[in-house]
Design a protein around this ligand. Structure first.
Ligand code: RP5
Length: 183
């Protein structure tokens, strides 16, 4: 991973806000170690042409950063927050408690419990504060971005067209029959 494409960088390469464009989606994650997974969300948003920002925001290591991020997210013009975390993954729920924006949670695969801890921590929100919970790991990160894209597409025809194109390319890439060595 290049330093430029890291959430630890002051200005990540995929942070379109750095170029003066209003980010529509905020991707937050509890740790640098989540980036390998959450990069898939950033890459998918980039493929859809959706401006986004990427930050490390830990619910327990940087709680004040979380409060600042979540309470200002809507006023800063974000439309959706994607939050990835692993283990006792309280980041998505805590973020959702402090913003009216839709929050999509990505359970990051943990070493000890393979992400089941992350999944249950994120999905089992008590009624009243929703977190839209995706699958564990890469698939969840990609789908969180696609869901965010669906939300943005309600207001942005260009993103709706990009989503249609993404699905069409996916469909076209499926072979009629399997082969022994697809590489
Ligand atoms: C969580 O703890 C993070 O979201 C990460 O998935 C997990 C492990 O963090 P590190 O110990 O790798 O920083 O807060």
């Amino acid at each position: 991973m290049s330093a430029e494409h890291s959430p630890n960088s002051a200005v990540p390469a995929n942070d379109i806000a750095a170029e003066g464009v209003q980010p529509q989606v905020g991707i937050i994650m509890g740790s640098q170690s989540d980036w390998t997974t959450m990069k898939h969300a950033a890459d998918t948003l980039a493929a859809l042409g959706i401006p986004h920002e990427v930050r490390i925001v830990s619910a327990h290591r940087t709680p004040h950063r979380l409060v600042e991020y979540a309470t200002t997210a809507k006023a800063r013009g974000l439309k959706v927050v994607i939050a990835g975390a692993g283990g006792a993954a309280h980041l998505p729920g805590m973020a959702a408690s402090m913003t009216p924006l839709p929050v999509f949670g990505v359970p990051v695969e943990s070493h000890a419990l393979k992400g089941m801890d992350s999944l249950l921590s994120i999905v089992q929100m008590p009624g009243g504060v929703p977190v839209g919970t995706l699958a564990i790991g890469k698939a969840g990160a990609i789908n969180a971005a696609l869901l965010a894209g669906s939300v943005i597409a309600l207001m942005d025809p260009a993103v709706a067209e990009a989503l249609d194109g993404w699905r069409a390319r996916q469909t076209a890439a499926v072979a009629e029959a399997p082969v022994d060595d697809p590489t």
